[in-house]
Design a protein around this ligand. Structure first.
Ligand code: SF4
Length: 487
């Protein structure tokens, strides 16, 4: 069966562009493509972000390219792999696919949004024939081999009569059975171009790699356990080394971003990987970054990671309130977070701090504590997000019907997140926004801002204009510092 996988982006009006764009290989879709191809099915993989970049973010031109691909490739099965932020755009593209190919091919939705809201998605988009719930690879393979059938576990087909039926598919226990991502189907020049966004603020050519799926924890706001299921599954060290060898052999990269939710979920595996990287001398060619939980930040492990080429560790600190950490099910404490930041820096690693604002019950004092926490740990990279109730998470399940109706999926795009349409904190809206604005100045420090604007050149997007204004404001307030940063 000829299968085309499409990875849509959020809609044009809610999405950052140009130099402020984060570009990573769509790993799950690329692994599903590799599995289908291994079993003899012709596969195409179309990432709309790369397509848009190739057309200079000319959306009609990117649509025209998609239509051309559909006519040339003539897929029998089209699969959209979509996060919630891209749901509205996915539904639009499904209509475009139908207008080109008619009712011939089957259209499926896969990924986090399909897993969280399969029935709602089918109701919202009549062009879809079904939804893949959970991990997509093995379900798609069965669909390619047998055709869409309600007996396939993990596949929810649009019912012709009565309620839709879904046979659950357990997560694949042995990840090494999956082939590595089909990088040759991706626009690798685009993904491995020099960028400051993957290992944030450093101008490196970075490739993202996934070595495990899932997380030992289950935070109330996090959608990671949704498609990956409970617990963690791992690729073996040998499998990871083979992927790294292939990446180093085929692409001009000097960095790796391990995209695992918790890279040290198996500490022994990570230590063996660090040792193997050093034995091969790759620590001299590659700088890498990963994400740990604060309770995994042990000094010896951090030192071994540093020796193996790690330069940055990302943590989900979220908040400087033990009460809120408990409420969101984080299972860490402020003291653990402070220690993790201190140990990471002591090991010679950069600290990437994820903070989250707008949590249910958050007070003005909690926000002030967050600010003190950020000043105390002085992270090299700060992400200060506003809580978004992602579908399928306990936070989303706790919303009222009215709150859910007000959600606009495009608002779940990363970077400049608008509010989720309601304020669950204990702070008045105006006060909340004022406090949040105070935090934002730590998000992009002046030196980084200067570098990003220099990279942006003549780019003229709303986001670039916004940051130009911020830079001008900084120059007026701190002319001497701004003058120094120019060189
Ligand atoms: S620890 Fe991180 S990855 Fe794990 S559930 Fe919490 S937020 Fe998600």
């Amino acid at each position: 069966m000829r299968v085309l996988l499409i990875c849509p982006t959020p809609p044009a009006d809610s999405w950052p562009r140009g130099v402020f764009l984060y570009s990573i290989v769509p790993t799950e879709a690329a692994q599903a493509s590799a599995l289908l191809r291994r079993h003899g099915h012709p596969v195409g993989l179309l990432d709309r972000q790369a397509e848009l970049a190739a057309t200079g973010f000319d959306w009609p031109a990117a649509d025209a390219r998609l239509c051309g691909t559909l006519r040339d490739f003539a897929p029998e099965q089209v699969v959209f792999f979509s996060p919630s932020a891209a749901a509205a755009e996915t539904f639009r593209l499904a209509g475009l696919v139908r207008s080109v190919l008619g009712s011939g091919p089957s259209l499926l939705l896969a990924g986090p949004h399909a897993t969280a809201l399969p029935e709602e998605s089918l109701a919202a988009c009549p062009d879809l024939n079904g939804a893949v719930v959970g991990e997509l690879e093995w379900t798609l393979l069965e669909v390619a081999q047998e055709g869409s059938a309600a007996s396939i576990a993990g596949l929810l087909l649009r019912p012709t009569a009565g309620p839709a039926k879904l046979l659950p598919r357990p997560a694949c226990a042995d990840l090494d059975r999956l082939p590595p991502p089909a990088w040759d189907l991706c626009t690798m020049d685009y993904y491995t171009a020099r960028s400051r966004w993957l290992i944030r603020w450093l101008p490196l050519r970075v490739l993202n790699l996934r070595t495990s799926r899932g997380c030992p924890n289950a935070c109330r706001f996090c959608a990671a356990p949704l498609t990956a299921g409970a617990g963690v599954r791992f690729h073996s060290v040998d499998y990871i080394l083979a992927m790294m060898e292939q990446a180093l052999g085929e692409y001009a990269i000097d960095g790796l971003l391990f995209e695992d939710e918790t890279f040290a979920a198996d500490e022994d595996r990570l230590q063996r990987l660090c040792l193997a990287i050093r034995q091969r001398g790759w620590h001299r060619r590659l700088q890498w970054a990963c994400c740990l939980r604060a309770d995994q930040a042990q000094p010896e492990l951090l030192r071994e990671m540093r020796a193996a080429g790690c330069i940055q560790v990302e943590y989900g600190f979220e908040t400087a309130s033990d009460r809120l950490l408990q409420a969101i099910g984080k299972n860490t404490s402020v003291a653990q977070n402070l220690a993790a930041a201190r140990r990471t820096r002591a090991a010679g690693l950069r600290v990437y701090a994820n903070m989250m604002f707008g949590l249910p019950g958050e007070t003005a004092r909690d926000m002030a504590d967050n600010l003190r926490f950020i000043r105390a740990i002085r992270p090299e990279v700060l992400s200060a997000a506003i809580m978004a109730p992602l579908p399928g998470t306990p936070l989303f399940e706790g919303l009222t019907e009215g709150q859910r109706k007000n959600l606009k999926w495009g608002d779940f795009a990363y970077l400049d997140q608008p509010r989720p349409g309601f304020n669950p904190t204990a702070v008045e809206e105006e006060q909340f926004l004022e406090n949040y604005r105070r935090i934002r100045k730590y998000f992009v420090r002046p030196l980084v801002l200067r570098q990003l604007l220099r990279d942006a050149g003549n780019e003229d997007t709303a986001l670039v204009s916004h940051w130009r204004k911020e830079w001008r404001r900084f120059c007026l307030r701190h002319p001497l510092r701004a003058w120094r940063l120019r060189f």
